[in-house]
Design a protein around this ligand. Sequence first.
Ligand SMILES: [Zn+2]
Length: 244
Amino acid sequence: MSKCRWLRWAGGGIAGLCLLLFAVAPRPARPAVPARPVRQEEAGGLSGRVILVDAGHGGDDGGARARDSGLWEKEINLLVAQALREELEESGASVIMSREGDMQYSAKKREDLTARLDLARQHGADMVVSIHMNEYRTRRESGPQVFYREGQENSRLLAGAIQAALIRTLHPVRERSAMAGDYFILSLDVPSVLVECGFLSNAAEEARLLTPDYRRQVAQAIRDGIQEYFLLAPEHTPQAAPAS
Ligand SMILES: [Zn+2]
């Protein structure tokens, strides 16, 4: 069973799994993405942008477990997050990592996630990108999928741009759409997305995610999507007053 359920709103009373979310989430995003890829020179840099990169889970919370290798999701999340940090920093962004190693801020999941969001607040992050791996009971499901919070227009735009870049770069067998999802890590008033990079329950996708080259491609695609987002939403302003 995936520990991803802990990402959902505490107190919601729903023992839902993040792996279930892809099946039951509401309408897919209709990303307003360019019909063609945005070239690097057009995309411009990320200079001046502050981005929180959250490697999901950590410490006692391993997340999902890879079916063949037995690795925990938290380990692969961190490797992808580190690759993403490198890509973003090369593009000029200032990156805040929610964790650098195998740790958690609190054994209580809500407190752990709140501490990660506090980091984003303290550093005045423009954006939150949370990295996860999916799983499902059958081995057939595959493909990366990006989640955003319903009603957050800039987050929907960001999710659509990253989803399109992941498909363009990784050529997944199953091309998923970005979707709304009720995850606590997406609760700030800045554009926020949760990226399920692939299914650890799918043999082929797990094998790919265990190679540095593939993780680099995932990171580059997320970086490309972020750059495109800033082109699509140049006004880029916080969307709403922070929840009290
Ligand atoms: Zn997860």
